[in-house]
Write a protein of this length. Structure first.
Length: 535
């Protein structure tokens, strides 16, 4: 098949090299080098070579293999033919890797010679050449534009397969997504970087999915035994059918930013906007609005309760109990604001309108307690007992409470089994208590010692509902990483298992409750301290 060519007949010009004509025993072949994609047109006896590789050897060899070994058209359904053609191209790569390279490179072809020095290196190194890398970077940008315009998945796969520098190049490079992000940023007047990042990742994943389909087909071809003379027709047809199933249709990119904008408008209306005189809560406002977007974008497909062999018995918020430990110590009055009190004695009369009624025309300002503070003490907040006590002593409110939950239930819950029933799991039900809200301070007195508490969320919305019924201003110190609780069991088991659920639906409900309840969210202890000090 491969005939040696004497040095006297070799030339630096690619078109003067007769390897293809000799191998096919046909001198009518035309060779060109005017494109970035190598191809072979057997019917018209035309081979094109790119300038992307280290030399033309690999492309010459691939052209000879395709011209000599894979001209046959297989019998198949009409709609399958284009996919069979793709698989036949993968068969060319298999022949080169499994059979031709060893003959072409010689006995020491891969044992003693570094791949960069081999005359016919593996296709795995195709994307390592500078020109090939530069070409691939530009091509993936065009591929993104093709997908965004509703282009064909098959067309994208065809271009990847027919160009070894794309198929075997590094598709997992960070620069591909960054280039897509740069395009999206340039097209937006006031870009939201978080949403642009999501759009870029989403687009990149869609392109990557097509490459993975092609790469999977290549791996199936590679499994053909080395001693086979050719890839069996049956395998070619089977792989072509899988490609047809996976690559049918056009791209339909629904950018996450569009979905977020629509759902935020439908669910929340306008953005939550919290103002204070000192601008301290601006960070919390920005954090809350970003949290809303992240909640909608949240992908929870990997949750155990989504598995086919799992039956979900209950999914929702945990049952919360309000605990009122004894209030043992007094707290200093903290100024939440100042109110005016009227008197009939004083220096500067400011309310002369009261002369005709109670003659209390003098006013003076007095300190007042007021409002309610709720503290999220779940694990993500990382609050120590000293931090919680600092908040109790610092935050200006007449009522202060904390909340958290657990998937294991509580010892004081009489309906909770005393011992594990199966694999360390309690046979809990939704009727068991999964969270507690402790009143830490009320009317100038507090508990003195922070009660023992759990470290999960589980009862965020029940706690927020409690806060929504308390006196204004209502302050929530929380990072808003909320979760519900799932009771589930595997189909072959009778015992319930329990897990936290951080799904988007729980985040969205909690955020709606915060907005509806007129609650001021403060994202961490440092922001709370800064707000109080400046207020």
């Amino acid at each position: 098949m491969f005939r040696n060519v004497s040095k006297s007949r070799r030339s630096k010009k690619v078109l003067d090299r007769p390897m293809l004509s000799l191998a096919t025993k046909d001198r009518e072949w035309q060779a060109t080098t005017n494109d970035d994609t190598p191809f072979v047109d057997v019917a018209n006896k035309h081979a094109n070579f790119s300038k992307l590789g280290r030399n033309y050897n690999v492309e010459y060899a691939l052209s000879v293999i395709e011209a000599k070994h894979y001209p046959e058209i297989l019998d198949c359904d009409e709609d399958l033919y284009i996919y069979v053609d793709l698989v036949r191209k993968l068969c060319v790569y298999w022949y080169y890797e499994k059979k031709a390279r060893e003959q072409l490179n010689g006995s020491a072809w891969d044992k003693y010679v570094y791949h960069a020095e081999q005359k016919y290196p593996s296709l795995a190194y195709s994307g390592t050449y500078d020109k090939a890398d530069e070409f691939a970077s530009k091509w993936w940008i065009e591929a993104f534009k093709h997908a965004r315009n509703g282009g064909s998945k098959y067309e994208l796969a065809r271009q990847i397969i027919t160009n070894p520098y794309l198929l075997f190049g590094n598709v997992y490079r960070h620069t591909i997504k960054q280039n897509i992000k740069a395009i999206l940023m340039a097209e937006t007047m006031f870009p939201d970087e978080m949403l642009i990042e999501k759009d870029a990742q989403y687009s990149y994943d869609k392109l990557l999915k097509v490459h993975r389909v092609v790469w999977s087909a290549w791996h199936d071809i590679k499994r053909t035994r080395k001693d086979a003379s050719i890839v069996p027709k049956k395998r070619i047809i089977e792989i072509a059918e899988r490609l047809r199933d996976d690559l049918q249709g056009d791209f339909d990119l629904v950018m996450p930013s569009i979905r977020v904008t629509k759902l935020m408008s439908e669910t929340f209306g306008d953005d939550i906007d919290i103002q204070d005189d000192y601008g301290v809560l601006n960070k919390s406002t920005e954090y809350l609005n970003n949290r809303m977007k992240q909640s909608i974008l949240h992908d929870d497909e990997s949750r155990v309760t989504n598995h086919e062999d799992v039956e979900v018995v209950f999914s929702g918020w945990g049952k919360m109990k309000i605990q009122k430990p004894p209030l043992k110590q007094s707290l200093p009055i903290k100024v939440i604001g100042r109110s005016r009190t009227f008197s009939d004695t004083g220096v500067n009369p400011r309310s002369m309108n009261r002369w005709a009624t109670d003659k209390k025309i003098f006013t003076r300002r007095v300190k007042q307690r007021g409002g309610t503070v709720l503290i999220d003490v779940s694990g993500s907040m990382s609050l120590t007992n000293q931090d919680i006590e600092q908040l109790v002593r610092l935050l200006p409110a007449s009522t202060i409470a904390m909340y958290s939950g657990t998937c294991s239930g509580y010892d004081w819950d009489t309906s909770r089994p005393e011992h594990p029933k199966h694999d360390g799991y309690y046979m809990l039900t939704p009727d068991n208590y999964s969270g507690e809200l402790h009143i830490l301070a009320e009317k100038g007195r507090w508990v003195g010692d922070i009660p023992i508490h759990a470290g999960e969320n589980i009862v965020d919305v029940p706690a927020i509902d409690w806060l929504s019924k308390q006196a204004h201003p209502r302050i929530l110190v929380s990072d808003l990483q909320v979760s519900g609780i799932d009771f589930y069991r595997y189909k072959e088991e009778e015992v319930y298992r329990v897990t936290s659920n951080f799904g988007a639906e729980f985040n969205v409900e909690a955020l709606k409750k915060i907005k509806q309840g007129g609650i001021i969210p403060i994202m961490d202890i440092n922001t709370a301290i800064e707000w109080v000090e400046k207020s």
